[in-house]
Design a protein around this ligand. Structure first.
Ligand SMILES: Nc1nc2c(ncn2[C@@H]2O[C@H](COP(=O)(O)OP(=O)(O)OP(=O)(O)O)[C@@H](O)[C@H]2O)c(=O)[nH]1
Ligand SMILES: [Mg+2]
Length: 304
């Protein structure tokens, strides 16, 4: 059995090689000069850290090198670790206040195939394990077999699910699910949504409508939009965040598929560019392959 930290470390093997492996090779027995900094900049960009975070990292390397009169390339690693740690530093996760209206509602959104439904299953298990009464609403009525897929996850997690026929109005399902969750005294309702409708505008309008109607079913509820980002997409993720934020806001990000990608450095870019916290990371396809994002552990796992 792996500890969550070992699992995280394992998921980050490719990212670590691609990012810190390359940098630690580059700095070996080198002088800390402009040529080396340029090389490091290139590696950071290629590892999907993003332009803004890369410039911040290079700037801090320059400043520290000057202030501390550093001359050896190897000194770079400790500075990078500290600065990446501070870019990722904790932000407050938006969630229900202990005395808030129940259920708290998570609208799980994201483009198609990023891992929304799988993450719903993992989240249901996670929150049920925390002692919450969790329910799922199957609001992806568009894609064939989507309802069956999320129903399997509900069964696996041992939580109730509200479903409807394929082709039903997603907002109507959301309303029914929210009403049922309220009536049954659920603490949390997770709404699975479609990643694609006929057009992008349709999808955004539909999500807005879902957000509106659940508040009618549970007046005063905290409704949070949690955006799922596929960790293998690298910096393209930023534009996805923008589109969804414009439509229904974005109260938190969950990054999936960290296992097996070399582009995990994207988390650093996302943290630097956006004010939105990363709530969880997905490290595999199984029900317990999800962990709360801990910036300190993540940095540690990346560097050790
Ligand atoms: N390796 C790995 N695979 C994952 C992870 N999360 C999801 N997947 C896989 O990604 C694929 C798509 O997952 P879904 O949960 O169906 O994605 P979705 O966003 O609901 O897709 P649509 O409903 O079609 O929009 C599945 O094969 C999942 O097993 C993860 O953290 N790691
Ligand atoms: Mg799905």
């Amino acid at each position: 059995m792996f500890t969550p930290f070992e699992k995280l470390k394992q998921s980050l093997v490719k990212t670590r090689d691609n990012l810190l492996g390359r940098i630690s090779q580059a700095v070996r027995r080198r002088r800390l000069d402009d040529d080396l900094l340029e090389e490091i900049e290139q590696i950071l960009i290629e590892a999907d850290v993003g332009v803004k975070a890369t410039l911040r990292l290079i700037e801090s390397l320059k400043t520290k090198a000057r202030e501390c009169k550093l001359t050896e390339g190897e000194a770079v690693m400790a500075i990078l670790k500290e600065e990446i740690g501070s870019i990722l530093s904790p932000r407050e996760i938006t969630d229900v206040p202990p005395d808030g209206v129940r259920p708290v509602i998570w609208l799980v959104i994201g483009v198609n195939g990023v891992g929304k439904t799988t993450t719903i299953g993992k989240l249901a298990t996670y929150f049920a394990g925390q002692g919450e009464k969790v329910m799922i609403g199957a609001c992806d009525t568009f894609r064939a077999a989507a309802v069956e897929q999320v129903a399997i996850w509900a069964e696996r997690s041992g939580v109730d699910i509200i479903i409807s026929q394929k082709g039903a109005d997603p907002a109507a399902v959301a309303f029914d699910a929210a009403s049922a969750a309220r009536a049954r005294g659920a603490d949390r309702l997770l709404l699975d949504t479609a990643g694609r409708l006929h057009t992008k505008t349709n999808l955004m309008e539909e999500l807005k409508k879902i957000k509106r109607v659940v508040l009618k079913a549970v007046p005063g509820a905290s409704v949070y939009s949690k955006l799922i980002i596929d960790g293998t997409t690298g910096q393209n993720a930023l534009s996805q965040v923008k589109v969804f934020t414009d439509a229904v806001g974005c109260d938190g990000i969950i990054i999936t598929k960290l296992d097996g990608t070399a582009k995990g450095g994207m988390i650093i870019g996302i943290a630097e560019e956006l004010k939105v916290p990363v709530d969880f990371v997905g490290t595999g396809e199984k029900v317990d392959d999800l962990q709360p994002f801990d910036p300190k552990e993540f940095t540690e796992a990346l560097f050790t």
